[in-house]
Ligand binder design. Structure first.
Ligand code: FAD
Length: 465
């Protein structure tokens, strides 16, 4: 056998660790993972940085293919729908699927990352170098620097998250162009602890407090606590900037989220001590260079978290890259080109749908028109099984490529609009509901004037954590 092909993966986060496992199964590779952090196994997660995430079919599919889904799902908490918390009045449970039995899964990010690292390191051809932060890369030769330490690889894969240093290096030598769209919103995490040893809220739901221009969500954790995430404007009234004194914070929660203060004894200190994270979308014109360097996961296409798809999409990238290597018999330049060709349109599609879902989550879910539309959707799904499928179902419970989902949903909307119009009596209703007020918000995919674009500049810290 000839010399092994040396593959460097920069970033041992979710995408990097899973990618190492996929590549390790191939003959003739030596895989080195370089991670700027220290070994996360056995240490507490960073405070206030997305403790849990929702894993759905795409992520599970990627884990199943390498025999990891059972282990990861052991501690998962299935969430079968949204639980809407209005300012006043009853909670409203909205199932995610028409059958009511499909669920997305709340998973501990740290436990998932650790399980993926353990899996990668169980292969003898994988090594991991913690405390190695990439500081320089020559994309033409694969030479890398990590502070004072030098290394070289035949292939360099940048799995180093939204603020990717690999992307920064390609940008610096003119090998790619990027555009970063930041929202004028940030996120901050709070905790609702277990109450008398049990969950303080229903653990089988993703909880949402929609408040028009802002919102809070909460996902359950295996220790029976909930991690809440505020998605608030960075500036203006009722924003992260305007609320800082304990009295103002308490007053605001008592007025806008009245059921929360009694459940969150550390509300004020969590709010004051936990950081505000950035939210944004990364677009790059290319993800590959010289047939030997490629970006994967958030490094290539970080998105806003409102569809719970960032990690799922990153895992899909891994599956696709592996498939491209199969199809090209390990010819990296061809495989990388194919990978980019197949994934780029899909990541643009989920980036757009994730932005649209912010409007849906923070505002629409509370409106009677939205609730009527969801019911109609579930009726159509039952009446036309396999022919009418909701966008949520296709995104979260299938592996239909995201760009295909977008096209299919447009076709379905047109067909339903036409059918409703044909009934005559429903014409006005169809126009209003499907193409009127609601459609304008969601089709545009924009946050109104709530975002700003930065082109050709490196993210510092990124939306990652
Ligand atoms: P990361 O997980 O960011 O990993 C990158 C790794 O690279 C890190 O370990 C980092 O330390 C390392 N690194 C960075 N720079 C360097 C360097 N210079 N040298 C070496 N190593 C480096 N996705 C979902 O699917 N479902 C959800 O419910 C969900 N919720 C989210 C909620 C929030 C608030 C946010 C912000 C994101 C959420 N996401 C969710 C998105 C998800 O977190 C990301 O898409 C996912 O973490 C991407 O994985 P990654 O491996 O590409 O990047």
């Amino acid at each position: 056998m000839g010399l092994a092909m040396r593959v460097a993966i920069v970033g041992a986060g979710l995408a990097g660790s899973l990618l190492a496992t996929y590549l390790a199964r191939r003959e003739g590779y030596e895989i080195a993972l370089y991670e700027r952090r220290t070994d996360p196994r056995g240490t507490a997660p960073e405070r206030g940085r997305s403790i849990n995430l929702a894993l759905s079919e795409r992520g599970l599919d990627a884990l199943r293919r390498v025999g990891l889904s059972d282990q990861v799902m052991k501690d998962a908490l299935p969430m079968r729908g949204r639980m809407i918390h209005p300012v006043a009045g009853d909670l409203d449970f909205q199932p995610y699927s028409h059958s009511g039995d499909r669920a997305i899964n709340s998973i501990s990010r740290g436990a998932l990352n650790n399980a993926l690292l353990d899996a990668a390191l169980s292969y003898r051809n994988v090594t991991v170098h913690f405390g190695h932060k990439l500081t320089a890369l020559d994309p033409a030769t694969g030479s890398m620097e990590f502070g004072g330490v030098r290394a070289r690889a035949d292939i360099v894969l940048g799995a180093d998250g939204a603020g990717s240093a690999v992307r920064g290096q390609l940008l610096a030598v003119g090998l790619l162009d990027e555009s970063l769209d930041f929202l004028d919103y940030g996120y901050k995490e709070l905790t609702i602890p277990a109450r008398s040893g049990d969950f303080a809220l229903d653990p089988a739901a993703l909880h949402i407090w929609p408040r028009g221009s802002s919102m809070m969500i909460a996902l359950p954790n295996p220790d029976r606590s909930f991690t809440c995430t505020l998605f608030w404007p960075n500036g203006g009234t009722a924003s992260f900037a305007s609320l800082s004194s304990p009295a103002a914070i308490r007053r605001h929660f008592e007025r806008a989220y009245p059921d929360v203060p009694p459940l969150a004894p550390d509300l004020i200190s969590d709010y004051q001590e936990n950081p505000v994270g950035l939210l944004g979308t990364v677009h790059c014109d290319t993800w590959i260079a010289h047939g030997r360097v490629a970006l994967i996961g958030d490094a290539a296409h970080a998105i806003v978290p409102f569809y719970g798809q960032g990690a799922n999409a990153a895992f899909e990238d891994v599956v696709e890259l592996d498939r491209c290597l199969d199809e090209t018999a390990g010819d990296w330049p061809r495989a990388l080109a194919l990978y980019q060709e197949r994934r780029q349109a899909n990541s643009e599609a989920i980036a757009q749908m994730a932005l649209e879902n912010f409007v849906e989550m923070r505002d629409k879910v509370a409106s009677p028109v939205f609730q009527w539309r969801k019911k109609l959707e579930h009726v159509l799904e039952t009446a036309l099984p396999g022919r009418y499928v909701s966008r949520y179902e296709l995104v979260s419970f299938s592996t239909t490529p995201y760009a295909q989902v977008q096209r299919r949903i447009r076709r379905q909307q047109l067909a339903v609009g036409a059918a409703l119009a044909a009934t005559g009596a429903a014409t006005a209703l169809a126009a209003v509901i499907l193409y009127g007020r609601w459609g304008r918000h969601t089709r545009s995919g924009q946050m109104g004037n709530h975002s700003r674009k930065i082109v050709g500049q490196k993210i510092v810290g990124g939306g990652g954590r």
